[in-house]
Design a protein around this ligand. Structure first.
Ligand code: UDP
Length: 239
């Protein structure tokens, strides 16, 4: 691993919305291809990369339930949406010359592997990008919690949340011109001030297992690699 790379193993959380680009539904192939290239770049630099993908660009359980659907069924649909996104990312990574394996928390063996922790670690060690699909496999959870869980399970030394904003702000920067970006926060700051970083169960998992979390803007090309070199991009929680 090159000396300037600070991390051995990371877990990258991409929301479903991150894959939409400018559209309001589905996947923008250009965004997907760029993200795939950036992920391969850091993997080739020696970083082992696990990815958790959300499903909000297709279905969100809470939204379907608000429209009258049974919540558990709705969450099953949300989890299946994450599998579709994971397959799209796997394809994009392989088309770009990388190696990827999708592992699902729900058994769909004709489509992808099951999530088996030791096998996942083996994929990472062999330089394959492990894409963890179907969240935690349980309704009433989110893929943020799944990302924190998988990061802990595979022993990642950094959890990254790629969003559309370049970190955590004191207020919504689109509405409040005095809003300032935090460079660093504690887990307690996030929970007590109810900062919209990740859901509370995800933050609590990170806090209890001391895994640092960095929030950054995925639309800025090259930032993932800069973070791997230790540049203070976005907001660091814990660490
Ligand atoms: N989901 C779930 N359990 C999990 C993870 C996800 O039931 O462990 C469902 C839930 O309905 C959620 C949907 O999958 O709304 C998509 O995930 P999420 O909303 O976290 O996606 P993102 O906002 O990151 O795109």
């Amino acid at each position: 691993m090159p000396a300037d790379i600070k991390y051995k193993r990371i877990l990258l959380k991409l929301s479903g919305e991150a894959l939409m680009g400018e559209a309001d539904y589905g996947i923008d192939p250009k965004v997907l291809q760029r993200l795939a290239r950036e992920i391969i770049e850091v993997q080739r630099a020696g970083v082992q990369v696990g990815v958790v993908i959300g499903g909000g660009n297709i279905f969100r359980g809470a939204g379907l339930a608000a429209a009258g659907m049974d919540r558990v069924t709705a969450d099953h649909m949300g989890m299946l949406a994450t599998v579709m996104n994971a397959l799209a990312m796997q394809d994009a990574i392989e088309k770009a010359g990388g190696y990827a394996r999708t592992m699902s928390a729900i058994k769909i063996n004709e489509v992808c592997e099951d999530f088996i922790r030791r096998r996942a670690i083996r994929h990472l060690e062999k330089g394959r990008i492990a894409i963890f699909a179907a969240g935690t496999g349980n309704p009433f959870f989110t893929t943020d919690s799944a990302a924190a869980l998988r990061a802990i399970e595979v022993g990642a030394d950094l959890l990254l949340k790629a969003t559309k904003v370049d970190g955590v702000y004191s207020a919504d920067p689109a509405k409040d011109p005095t809003a300032t970006r935090y460079e660093r926060l504690s887990y307690e700051d996030v929970i007590q001030r109810n900062l919209q970083v990740m859901d509370t169960s995800a933050i609590a998992l990170c806090r209890d297992h001391r895994i640092p979390l960095r929030i950054y803007d995925m639309s800025r090309e090259g930032d993932l690699m800069r973070i791997m070199r230790g540049e203070p991009i976005g907001t660091l929680v814990g660490g």
